[in-house]
Ligand binder design. Sequence first.
Ligand SMILES: Nc1ncnc2c1ncn2[C@@H]1O[C@H](COP(=O)(O)OP(=O)(O)O)[C@@H](O)[C@H]1O
Ligand SMILES: [Mg+2]
Length: 397
Amino acid sequence: VRKKLIVIGASYLQRPLVVKAKEMGIETHVFAWEEGAVVADACDYFYPISIVEKEAILQKAKEIQPDGIISIASDLAAVTVNYLAGMLGLIGNSMEVTRNTTNKYLMRSVLSQAHIRCPGFHRLDRSTDLEVIDLNYPAIVKPVDRSGSRGVTRISDPSFLREAADRALEESFFNEAIVEEFIFGRQEISVEMISWLGTHHFLAITEKVTTGSPYYVESQQHQPAEVSSSLRDKIIDTVSRTLTCLGLQYGASHSELLITADDELYIVEIGARMGGDFIGSDLVRLSTGYDFIRGVIEVSLGDFKPVEKPIRKYAGVYYANGSPGLVTEIVDRTADFPQIIQKEIFIQEGDQVGEVKESGDRMGYFIYHNSEKFLLPEPAPIEIVAENLKLVHHESI
Ligand SMILES: Nc1ncnc2c1ncn2[C@@H]1O[C@H](COP(=O)(O)OP(=O)(O)O)[C@@H](O)[C@H]1O
Ligand SMILES: [Mg+2]
């Protein structure tokens, strides 16, 4: 008999999940707001109920009697998935795990109590007296509950705290932010794993490049990260212990870390879900051969298969960003590179583009798959030329 899978969320991020489930012969029941529900036509049954309407979804789910429930969309969807899994007796993580992995302040609190290395940190809300905060600078201010670098600012000293805190609080769903000491990393990485019954199976280490100070928007992701084998072991051990300490039992995780000059490791944040930027949906499969999406579907249906010995290829994504101004020309040379297997450009000539302050501001991307790391050629495969008549310099926060 055909297995039934409830999918929470219907944005473009979920498409590979729904497509894979279909390929596996699974019946898909998708819940989401009708607006922007791009997978509505790809699934078997679509219910126009917002992903935050937990009780309404629960009522329907009791009729459907699913074998599993899943989402690869967002932290917001993960809350609903784990709530419903608990109510329906299906595989999922506890609500406590969900809270600790969707709130950056709670996550830091749990990790520091467990003596996992953390920078100094402090919670912020509208009524916090900023004068009492005692931290080393520079510092990073961010909303506790957002992603994609929304509302993230690095500040060099406390005089910028008010402005950065307001920016972060504005972005937060619940008007809550965190300020934490800046970690000087020589390299930023993420670790992709899949968990089953509280055992964490390593899949890949991803090397990340960001736009840097002040907004730290991801601009490149590469797998595998080039790290020594002893450092690799230490990374895997640190992440496994951290996931256990957060109570993660099942499914994908995406752990972000900074490696310092003397190879100390600091957790930046942990997501109990796949990494975005095509990391979970594409790069893991391209670089290791492991079908991560199939893996998480199987876990949600209670049917985990051990991760086999990976192949070793390189895969990555480069985001295309132009400087702010009026876009006068977009040069697309991607067809000249056989390594480039997918691309998209989100803007057009004549558009007025601003500074890239969060993931959603990025202007395009391409994905490569190669026998070695693909270094960005000069000129770039996607070049965005913008004309800026009045260059207004931003205050240096
Ligand atoms: N304490 C920190 N020290 C140094 N860099 C940081 C710190 N916190 C965040 N960053 C930088 O900011 C980026 C975004 O922060 P993160 O906590 O991952 O938020 P988001 O959920 O928006 O991805 C990180 O990838 C990292 O480059
Ligand atoms: Mg992050």
